[in-house]
Design a protein around this ligand. Structure first.
Ligand code: NAD
Length: 297
C-alpha cells in the first residue's frame, strides 16, 4: 500500500510521524507534501519520501490524508487537471482531516469520480494528541472501513467514530468546537473575576480543575493563559475560521444560536487586534485589555 500525507503543520507533523512509523513497520511507502519545504524536513529525515507536487503525491497514493488550514486550500489541491480528484489512482481513498466547510466538501463529493472514496475525517485532541497518537477521529462515510483502513487510522488515532454519511464528521467537529471556543472565551471573564477580586489565580485555577466547571479547556488552556503563552499550537485565525463555520452551519440549519454569534464576534475582534497568526487564546487578551489588567500572576 502507498500512503500520502499533505499538510505538515502543527497537527500534520504528529499525525504523519505516527503514520510513518506504521508504514515502516509494514513495508508501506509513505510520501509527504507541504508547500512549505522546511515543514517536510523532520519527517523526510525520519524516512518519508518527499513529493514535489500535489500531482506527484496523488499519483502515488492509494490512501491520502490532508491536514490543511481550511476548505480554501482543500479545494485548491483537489480541483484542476493536476489536483487530487484528477490524479489519485483507481480505487484510492482520501481522508480529509482538516476542519472544513461542509458546503464546499459537498461540492467536492459531487465532483469526485466514482472510483474514489472521499471521507471527512476531522480530528480532535490538539497537537499533543496528534504527537501521542491519541486523537479522536470523526468520520462521515457511506461504506464501512476496511480492515486495512482501520489499522491505518488506529496507528495515529485512539478513537474512530463513524458519525453518519459523508459530511457527518464535519458536523460533529463543529458541534465540539462550539463548546470548546465558548468555554475558551469564558476563561477570560472567569479569571478576571478572580484577579480583580484579589484572588491568587494559581489557586483559583486549581479549584476550577477540581470543580463542576472542570473540562479539558479548563485543565489545559488556563495554564497557557496564566503563563502568558496563550498556546502557540493553534492560530487565532484558524479559531476564527472554525467559529465562522459553526455560525454558518447554525444559520444553514436554521438554529437560533446567540452564543455562537457572540463568540464569533469575539474571535473576529481578536483577529483584528492581534492578527491571524497570534496564538488562539489571545481571545482572552480582549478582556485583559478592556479591564486594564493582565491575568499573569
Ligand atoms: P497549520 O497552519 O499549522 O498547518 C497547515 C499546513 O498546511 C502548513 O504546514 C502549510 O504550509 C500547509 N499548506 C497550506 N496550504 C497548502 C497547500 N496548498 N498544499 C500543501 N500544503 C499546504 O494548521 P494546523 O494547526 O496543523 O491545523 C490543520 C487543520 O487541523 C486545520 O483545519 C485546523 O482547523 C485543524 N485542527 C487543528 C488543531 C490544532 O490544535 N492545531 C486541532 C484540531 C484540528
Amino acid at each position: 500500500m502507498r500512503i500520502g500525507f499533505i499538510g505538515l503543520g502543527n497537527m500534520g507533523q504528529g499525525m504523519a510521524a505516527n503514520l510513518l512509523a506504521y508504514c515502516k513497520a509494514h513495508g508501506f511507502e509513505f510520501r509527504v507534501f507541504d508547500i512549505n519545504k522546511s515543514a517536510m524536513q523532520p519527517i523526510v529525515t525520519g524516512g518519508a519520501m518527499a513529493a514535489r507536487t500535489i500531482a506527484g503525491i496523488a499519483e502515488q497514493s492509494d490512501v491520502i490524508f490532508t491536514s490543511l488550514p481550511s476548505s480554501k486550500q482543500v479545494s485548491e489541491i483537489a480541483f484542476g487537471p493536476m489536483g487530487l480528484l484528477a490524479k489519485l489512482p483507481q480505487g484510492a481513498t482520501w481522508f480529509e482531516t482538516s476542519t472544513s466547510d461542509l458546503s464546499k466538501w459537498r461540492k467536492l463529493l459531487d465532483s469526485a469520480p466514482e472510483h474514489l472514496t472521499l471521507i471527512d475525517a476531522p480530528v480532535t485532541g490538539g497537537t499533543e494528541g496528534a504527537a501521542a497518537g491519541t486523537l479522536t477521529m470523526l468520520l462521515g462515510l457511506n461504506a464501512p472501513l476496511t480492515e486495512a483502513q482501520s489499522s491505518l487510522l488506529q496507528s495515529f488515532t485512539k478513537k474512530q467514530v463513524v458519525m453518519g454519511p459523508p459530511g457527518a464528521g464535519y458536523i460533529a467537529k463543529l458541534s465540539q468546537l462550539h463548546l470548546n471556543y465558548l468555554v475558551a472565551q469564558g476563561i477570560g471573564e472567569a479569571l478576571m473575576l478572580g484577579a480583580k477580586g484579589g484572588l491568587d489565580l494559581t489557586v483559583l485555577s486549581d479549584v476550577l480543575s477540581h470543580s463542576c466547571a472542570q473540562s479539558y479547556v479548563v485543565d489545559n488552556y488556563i495554564p497557557k493563559v496564566l503563563d502568558g503563552s496563550y498556546d502557540n499550537s493553534f492560530a487565532l485565525g484558524l479559531a476564527r475560521k472554525d467559529m465562522r463555520l459553526v455560525k454558518q452551519l447554525g444559520d444553514h440549519l436554521e438554529i437560533d444560536m446567540p452564543l455562537a454569534h457572540k463568540v464569533t464576534e469575539s474571535y473576529e475582534t481578536a483577529v483584528d487586534h492581534y492578527g491571524h497568526d497570534a496564538p488562539h487564546l489571545s481571545v482572552v487578551r480582549l478582556i485583559e485589555d478592556k479591564s486594564g489588567k493582565n491575568l499573569q500572576p
